[in-house]
Ligand binder design. Structure first.
Ligand SMILES: [Zn+2]
Ligand SMILES: [Zn+2]
Length: 219
């Protein structure tokens, strides 16, 4: 196994040279703490892995576009604006691929350390400024993942698949149907009162769950 190149003593690693390489991290030193100061932020950041629910999610590395306003307020930094996230998945009804972009609005307060808001809220109730920066990733992740539908559909009123042939109903003619041709089923249908000409009145209705006298399994 070839030896990995050992870093020369004193040579900074790329990460150490660029402490703010994390694109989700926002340096607040420029914004300052004077209430009312504003900072606009536009960034496109590759999505981390696992921003997804069962049938739909953001592909890893896809660009998350942020257009945010950071405003210094008494208690902290108010972050508001828009987040666009491309998502791919499949329709819960017909399994067709889905590809779209979520356009989401966000507005959240990041409380300053030592602020009243920080002192009077639980750790998980309000986001926090961490020293002289804030981390946008948990906020954006929650925003995106919580808006992913558990049952996404390819169109608002997708009709799903034909139970008999498995084709997409939206691509079939409106009168698409399958004839029941098996005579055994036709006979049963008639006997149990679901077909035409079935006897209705002369048969007592068995209580639910009790096997009736004419249970088809026993014949
Ligand atoms: Zn569909
Ligand atoms: Zn069919």
């Amino acid at each position: 196994m070839p030896a990995a190149p050992t870093p020369r003593p004193g040579a900074a690693s790329p990460d150490a040279r660029r402490p703010s390489a994390d694109p989700w991290r926002v340096d607040l030193r420029e914004l300052g703490r004077r209430a009312g100061s504003l900072h606009e932020l536009e960034r496109s950041i590759p999505a981390p892995a696992d921003w997804r629910v069962e049938l739909i999610g953001v592909p890893e590395g896809a660009p998350i576009d942020l257009r945010l306003r950071l405003e210094s307020v008494m208690e902290g930094v108010l972050v508001s604006g828009e987040v666009d996230a491309p998502v791919t998945g499949s329709c819960a009804r017909c399994l067709e691929p889905i590809e779209e972009t979520l356009e989401l609005d966000v507005q959240e307060l990041f409380a300053y350390e030592g602020s009243t808001t920080e002192a009077t809220s639980e750790e998980d109730e309000v986001r926090r400024v961490e020293g002289d920066h804030l981390d946008l990733q948990p906020m954006v992740r929650d925003l995106v993942v919580l808006s992913l539908p558990l049952a996404p559909t390819c169109t608002e009123d997708c009709s799903g698949l034909c139970a008999d042939c498995g084709q997409r109903l939206d691509e079939l003619p409106a009168d698409h149907a399958h004839e029941v041709t098996d005579p055994r089923w036709a006979g049963l249908a008639q006997r149990f009162g679901v077909g035409p000409g079935a006897p209705q009145a002369d048969r007592p209705t068995p209580a639910p769950g009790t096997p009736g006298p004419d249970n088809p399994e026993e014949n």
